[in-house]
Design a protein around this ligand. Structure first.
Ligand SMILES: [Zn+2]
Ligand SMILES: [Zn+2]
Length: 528
């Protein structure tokens, strides 16, 4: 029984942990690294075809985004997740493959003009479809035996529709160990979805620490009144409210808030004002929310459902899908709300809404999520006087606002509440937080709760029977050169070759000799 930390160790993105037990090899999450990528990740210690299955905590790309690459490398097993995560993953992995293909094509076209070589996408739509075909849905709360000695249970983590903490029970030669992966732990009182559920038993806990060092500045709150006031003042001066929003999760929360604003008549003098959702992914995601209401909605949202009210629908809601419909939005002179992706303004239709609206003093641009360094959203929030959009310099004259405190992540108090509900945990491993958060939260767990806590670096290996790290103190390796798509694809091809060789043990001597010759010829050809 062993566990190896692979990704999101002293980093926030690229979640992945490898486990070997009961004769099986499996992963918990296989996410894509996004934004600043400081440390080198260890490679999974076997080929994708040797991984028996994957357990997925939730659909966010930093937890699921490399599953198509795993499929491209020959992974044949199932990907186990809650039903809502399977539904969301389906649309998000397609969206991710589309972005990969689009960006590779764009880079290649740009590169060709400079005489550079083409870039391949990290993975293709085909790879995403293969991964999607492996998704296997489970309900919350009941333990499922996946193979002899391995049983898993998905517990609501209250972070995103379908999100889960995963409790894994492993029994090998009469010894049983229980490991709980927190997944991303949600904030309290998020609209639509339930609060995080608390567990009590585990030998080992692997937990996130995104907000390990701070508490949300505003008590969970009155977004409805803040949002209503902001819409009112903008509309009264003849402007529109443009909201760059993450398509999955945040957009549905906003629809929920706006429905309430309309129901309570909080915006006066603009009856029936229009709200445009201009993001195909956001529209698909909203449908997934509706489809999974019975298994995922909280009491308040279910109350609407029982009264035949769709909490994500209201008069004046317009979902634009085609690019013509999208363009038409800005020719409508009435004050309106436009919700569009991406949340950090880096891509998608939000860019042309900004181009049309950023320079008009009467408008408001409302940010509702974290803006990472070096993104267009961040530079607007930081007070840029003008920004470049589609090659044009656009003045920033609109009112720039932030809806404070809105977050899908538990803050430090929330993390404390989650971890202290356990009794008798032998070790806690802190991951999914940047360097300061992971280290700081680990120290806090030791000092304030007397827990035996660690913040492992990628590559650290743990013997699950003894609870001891089996390799030398894992070191942190600063990443110097970003890994190119083509190199990652080559490494994946190497994994396929290695599993092909291992699987050829039973071939007859003649075939083995032919395969050996083929590989040797290939090596000779490429080492010149
Ligand atoms: Zn997440
Ligand atoms: Zn995450």
């Amino acid at each position: 029984m062993k566990l190896m930390f692979i990704g999101a160790d002293h980093e926030v993105t690229g979640s992945c942990t490898y486990i070997e037990a009961c004769g099986k090899r499996f992963l918990v999450d296989f996410g894509m690294e996004q934004g600043a990528d400081r440390f080198e990740n260890a490679r999974i210690p076997c080929a994708p075809s040797e991984i028996d299955f994957v357990l997925l905590t939730h659909a966010h790309i930093d937890h699921s985004g490399l599953l198509p690459l795993l499929a491209a490398g020959g992974f044949k097993g199932a990907i186990h997740a809650t039903a809502a995560t399977c539904n969301l993953c389906e649309i998000m992995l397609r969206d991710s493959a589309h972005i990969q293909e689009f960006e590779a094509e764009w880079r290649s076209r740009k590169g060709r003009r400079k005489g550079n070589q083409d870039t391949d996408p990290l993975y293709t739509m085909n790879d995403a479809e293969t991964a999607i075909s492996k998704l296997t849905a489970h309900g919350y709360d009941s333990a499922q035996e996946l193979s002899e000695g391995i049983s898993v249970r998905f517990i609501d983590a209250g972070h995103l529709l379908g999100s889960a903490s995963i409790e894994i029970t492993l029994t090998e030669e009469g010894v049983t160990k229980k490991i709980v992966f927190s997944g991303d732990i949600g904030n309290l009182n998020q609209p639509l979805i339930r609060d995080p559920q608390y567990l009590t038993e585990a030998d080992y806990v692997v937990m996130e620490s995104t907000y390990g060092l701070r508490n949300h500045d505003k008590p969970k709150g009155d977004y409805i009144h803040d949002l209503a006031e902001l819409i009112q003042t903008t509309f009264d001066r003849g402007g529109s409210v443009v909201i760059p929003s993450f398509a999955v999760g945040r957009t549905q929360e906003l629809l929920y808030f706006i429905r309430k604003i309309k129901e309570q008549g909080l915006v006066k003098g603009h009856d029936g004002f229009k709200v445009f959702v201009d993001s195909p992914l956001a529209i698909e995601a909203t449908e997934v929310f509706n489809r999974n209401k019975n298994s995922c909605f909280d009491e308040e949202a279910m109350e609407f459902v029982r009264n035949n009210i769709n909490p994500l629908k209201f008069d004046g809601l317009v979902t634009a899908v085609t690019s013509d419909e999208s363009r038409a939005i800005n020719f409508d002179p009435e004050p309106k709300v436009i919700i569009s992706a991406s949340g950090m303004c880096e891509a998608g239709r939000i860019k042309h809404h900004l181009k049309h609206n950023l320079w008009k003093r009467e408008n408001t641009i409302l940010f509702v999520g974290y803006q990472a360094m070096n993104t267009l959203g961040r530079s607007i929030v930081d007070g840029a006087k003008s920004v470049k959009l589609f090659g044009e310099e656009i003045a920033v004259c609109a009112d720039i606002r932030i809806l404070a405190g809105i977050s899908g992540h538990a803050d430090r108090n929330g993390l404390d509440k989650w971890i202290t509900s356990f009794e008798g945990v032998s070790k806690v491993f802190v991951n999914h937080g940047d360097e300061d958060s992971a280290e700081g939260y680990k120290e806090h767990l030791r000092a304030d709760f007397g827990l035996d806590a660690y913040a492992p670096y990628s590559g650290a290996e743990l013997d699950l029977i003894t609870g001891v790290f089996t390799n030398a103190e894992p070191v942190r390796i600063e990443r110097k050169v970003p890994v190119s798509n083509n190199y990652q694809r080559l490494l994946t091809a190497m994994d396929r070759l290695s599993s092909l060789v291992k699987a050829s043990k039973g071939l007859n001597n003649k075939d083995m000799a032919r395969l050996t010759d083929t590989i040797n010829n290939l090596c000779t050809k490429w080492s010149d």
